[in-house]
Design a binder for this molecule. Structure first.
Ligand code: ARG
Length: 459
């Protein structure tokens, strides 16, 4: 393809330089945004009498054709073009001649590319938010199904206090709601139009940046043209939000790997989301969860890569910035894939409440409740804590558990004990007495589910 910039130089570059310089392999993804942006630009140029209404119409019609042909596969993007902007303009000019050459009036590829990425990423952000909502909804349904399945809650991966599986699952919905919020927040700054910043200094033509921004659904325009073409904060912000989202998916995946192991067997993953081993017939591997955990590193890499690319750049546009696209595109594609897989994996998994209950019974996770019982009988917490510790140590020695330890043994540690201790250390009652807002009781988990569902509706 001939060079648009032939003139200042002969336009002859070496093949290796052309390949190195070209971004079409990854920016052709933005053909729709590029063409829509150009249509709005042509409309603005004629509204401002910079080109005639007929010229604008001709350009817009031809751009519409090009778009339809790319969508249908009739026109394939030429991979030898420098980038998607050059490709579209070249085809336009081939088809409508000199009129096509007028499109690039009062515009530069610097503001054009900044516009295209913003438009591309705002759609991606929307889709990622929607996929996150689907995942939240699936988790909340699972939580409802298992809102009274008692399991040990852990700290330091040591059994700590009784909770329900529903309560544990709901923790993830809260994280994911924050992710949606972060993406929405980042979209506010992303949805500001840079077009009209031109190369960096603005233009001598009487353009109407607000008209163009409004036509493309932006909430406003960048107020400094140098910033308009140099700003990639919205890419870094989105990558930051996606990194945190992936961190959440990764923590959840790690738990899924643990829970589905023989050591825990708290859950059973559906065959559709597991793989077997080529040599060990007994294996059912949680590969999907492991891959989500693994791909998290890749999204972090995208974030760090972009920040590193940007950190030393002088204003305004530098070609280094062409490197922004692959990292954001990769992070968006990865996040979308992981969200879809996670949603399928969670919706089809089943819990094994008997195993959760067994694990909850053997870890003295009701020891805090025994101490609280003594506090209710008038002992200071520290004394109650000490006595409870001694009872646990005794039980470990004798192989007893708190639920069935004879009252006479309890009484040998403190005369405050009576029959009421059995209700106090009953795991079900331990859970259901935790009625504090956000706590593990069934009632509290039900209200968490209701809250999350109402948030999903409001969004
Ligand atoms: N392909 C380029 C990019 O992605 C488009 C902008 C080129 N601008 C320029 N002045 N060379 O950044």
């Amino acid at each position: 393809m001939a060079k648009m910039w032939e003139g200042r130089t002969s336009g002859e570059t070496s093949k290796i330089a052309d390949d190195f310089n070209s971004s079409i392999k990854f920016d052709s993804k933005m053909y729709r945004q590029d063409i829509t942006g150009s249509m709005a630009h042509a409309a603005m140029l004629s509204a401002q009498n910079i080109i005639s209404a007929e010229e604008s119409e001709k350009i817009i019609d031809c751009l519409g054709e090009i778009l339809a042909e790319i969508e249908s596969g009739k026109l394939s993007v030429d991979m030898t073009a420098e980038d998607i902007h050059m490709f579209v303009e070249q085809i336009l000019t081939e088809r409508i001649g000199d009129t096509g050459k007028k499109l690039h009036t009062a515009r530069s590829r610097n503001d054009q590319v900044a516009l295209d990425i913003r438009m591309y990423l705002r759609d991606e952000a929307e889709e990622i938010s929607n996929l996150t909502k689907e995942l939240i909804s699936v988790i909340a349904d699972k939580a409802d199904e298992y809102k009274d399945a008692i399991m040990p809650g852990y700290t330091h991966l040591q059994r700590a206090q009784p909770i329900t599986f529903g309560h544990h699952l709901m923790a993830y919905t809260m994280m994911l709601l924050r992710d949606i919020d972060r993406i929405a927040d980042c979209k506010k700054r992303m949805n500001i139009s840079p077009i009209g910043s031109c190369a960096l200094a603005g233009t001598t033509y009487n353009t109407d940046r607000d008209f163009e921004a409004g036509k493309l659904g932006f909430d406003g325009i960048c107020l400094n043209s140098i910033d308009g073409v140099s700003d990639r904060d919205f890419c870094a912000e989105l990558l930051g939000a996606l990194s945190i989202l992936m961190m959440h998916l990764s923590r959840f995946s790690e738990e899924i790997v643990l829970w589905s192991s023989w050591e825990f067997k708290f859950i059973e993953l559906s065959d559709a989301f597991t793989t077997g081993s080529s040599i060990m017939p007994q294996k059912k591997n949680p590969d999907m969860a492991e891959l989500i955990r693994g791909k998290t590193g890749r999204v972090y890499g995208d974030l760090i890569g972009l920040l590193t690319t940007l950190k030393g750049l002088p204003l305004a546009y530098n070609k280094d910035m062409q490197e922004d696209k692959e990292s954001v595109f990769d992070a968006c594609d990865t996040a979308k894939m992981c969200l879809r897989v996670m949603t399928g994996m969670v919706s089809t998994m089943t819990a094994v409440p008997e195993n959760m209950k067994k694990a909850a019974q053997s870890g003295f996770i009701n020891a805090t409740d025994m101490a609280d019982y003594l506090v209710n009988k008038g002992l200071p917490f520290r004394d109650a804590y000490k006595i409870s510790g001694r009872i646990v140590a005794e039980c470990i020695k004798t192989g007893e558990v708190l639920e069935t330890l004879p009252l006479s043994v309890y009484k040998s540690f403190s005369d405050k004990f009576d029959e009421g201790i059995y209700a106090a250390v009953d795991l079900g009652s331990c859970v259901n007495r935790r009625i504090s807002a956000g706590g593990t009781s069934v009632a509290s988990v039900e209200s968490q589910i209701a809250f999350v569902k109402s948030m999903l509706k409001n969004e």
